[in-house]
Ligand binder design. Sequence first.
Ligand code: SF4
Length: 482
Amino acid sequence: MSGEARDACGVVGIYAPGEDVARLTYYALYALQHRGQESAGIASSDGQTMVVYKELGLVAQVFDETVLNSLKGHLAIGHTRYSTTGSTSWENAQPSYKSSPVGQIALAHNGNLVNAPHLKASLERSGGDPTPRMGQLPSTSDTDIVAGLIARANTGEMREAIAQVLPQLSGAFSFTIMDEKRVFGARDPNGFRPLSLGRLEGGGWVLASETCALDLLGARFIRDIEPGELVTIDENGISSERFAEARYSTCVFEHVYFARPDSTLMGQNVYATRYRMGQRLAAEAPVPNADLIIPVPDSGVPAAQGFAEGSGVPYGEGFVKNRYVGRTFIQPTQSMRQQGIRLKLNPLREVIEGRRVVVIDDSIVRGNTTRQIVAMLKEAGAREVHLRISSPPIKWPCFYGIDMPDQDELIAATDGVPAVEKHVNADSLAYLSVEGMLDSTQIPSDAFCTACFTSNYPIPIPAEELRSKHVLEETLPDSVIE
Ligand code: SF4
């Protein structure tokens, strides 16, 4: 992968009287940093007053002691962002905040709504943004629109307002939401993005995108929030209601690449799943006479170890990674991205020289990064470079919360395997099959979205003219104003 597609955020919600909740939220966001690196934010409340702090940058850059000490209270939500609707700006950082006749609301979103323009039109009909920011640009994120719709809902109570708005949304959403007194968690009916519930030793509750955040806080995993479920956490504990029937189509790419390997998704450890993908790939696409299996670090490591075990060929480190550069996708332009991979990876000539190496990566998006990786290995003296990819070819864009390039930039959308092999200049190239990927999860295959591999989109995708992530910044076509 090497950073050519981006996940779309991590969310946290904590209700824990007696604890330093803002600090716990900060650490949970730290564990979820891989899910979004554009901005970070925390909203907290002491039961009366809500405070929101958000800024562009990594979690460790955004918060310091002074800021954390100002975020008082026993409940909080937090967010790390990568944009899928709306550009990178402070206005689009989260949590989104609104005040309403029934109180204040802060909302953090992981996912992407496919009917955002319709929701925007609906919000405008109901009176528009209830908390416009004087002298500042309006937010252009789908999240801000949802917060506005909840604040404008015609109910006397925040939980009812949330329950009224959720069924209007189409697309992917795992939300953490709070008012002054309660934390809410909700997951879309398809369950595209993960959301887990845990319990702190002292009895407090934690919602987090991934279980690795629960582990960091010492929280015990209780269960996943169900697709179509809204939970409310307050002084009486946790209560649950349904706003829609579950019809599972969770993102298989979370298992392939996005989630951290130490997280558990749908009861399966991510590392173990990726290891099995590597084993299966070794069976489906062996490389005779290979000398060494190497991963593209870090995301290719579990599959490379599985491939080595499955093939009986030794596993080794072929690259040293500069751990302080971050993922290459923090640079926005293609030319910067090309610099990025060399900043990040350096081949180990002593390991590679004169050998037939099998390089394992989890996916190919545009193909340019893969081409550079192959070139670096050949420059370092590799005799042959065979590429094995632990997922199928990505041919279709994602509309459910993963920021992928447009379809015409996806190399496998237009080129077959031989053409991709030629483009990246590998001695051979093979991908894991769709069946191999799904079998490796050890979860029933009908529970998954596989649209970027198969074009089987589980919910209707937007019309062509509405697909841009900047659609809310553009003039809406008349056709979408209902
Ligand atoms: S299209 Fe691909 S990346 Fe998007 S939700 Fe479906 S499987 Fe995940």
